[in-house]
Design a protein around this ligand. Sequence first.
Ligand SMILES: [Zn+2]
Length: 198
Amino acid sequence: MSYFQTLKDSITCKEAAEHYGLKVNAVGMARCPFHSDHTPSLKLSQGFHCFGCGIQGDVITFVSKLFGISAGEAVQKLASDFHVHIHLRGPPVDSVPDSEHELELWVCFAKEILHRYYDRLVLWKQFLCPTVPEAPWHPLFVEALQNQATIRELIHILEFGSKQEHQEIYEYYRKMVISIDRKTRTLEYSRNLSKTES
Ligand SMILES: [Zn+2]
C-alpha cells in the first residue's frame, strides 16, 4: 500500500479540518476557507467538496491548499501532526523486475491502465458530484476525490520520469495497478451489460 493511501485511510478531511481550526457542524459542513463564505458550504467527510466555489479533493489536497504547500509537504505535515507512521522506503525484496525490458513493458501496461482509470475518475467526479449538501456521497465520487491527484501524479512520472522513478513506482504501486486493472475491467463489463439490456 502506498504512503498516500495509508495516510488517506488514517485521516479524514473532516478530522484534518477540525484539527486545523475549522468549525465543522453536526452535518459535516464548514465555512469554506477557499472563498468568501458566509454560510457553511464546504462539505467534509473522507474528502472535501464546496457547494459555493466547487473546490474539492482529498485530505492531502485540502492541507496543501489550506497552507499553500506542495502535496509532498502536506503528506509530511499530516503524518507528523497526526502521528501516522509512514514507511517511505523499504520495498519487499521480491518485487524487483528481472530485466530492464521487463520494467519497460510494465510501464507501458501501467500507463494504459492508469489512463483508463483516470478518465473514469474524471467522469465520476463530474457526474456523481452531489447537488445538495444533505445527499450522501456516491462511493465512486468519494473514490474519485481520493484518487485523482495520486493517479495523475503517477501517470506523469510514468510518462516523464527517470528509470529510477519507474523502478520505485513498480515497487510501491504494482499491486495497486493490478487491482485497478481488475476493477476497471469489471466496471466496463457491467456497463456493457447494461447497454445490451436497454
Ligand atoms: Zn468554497
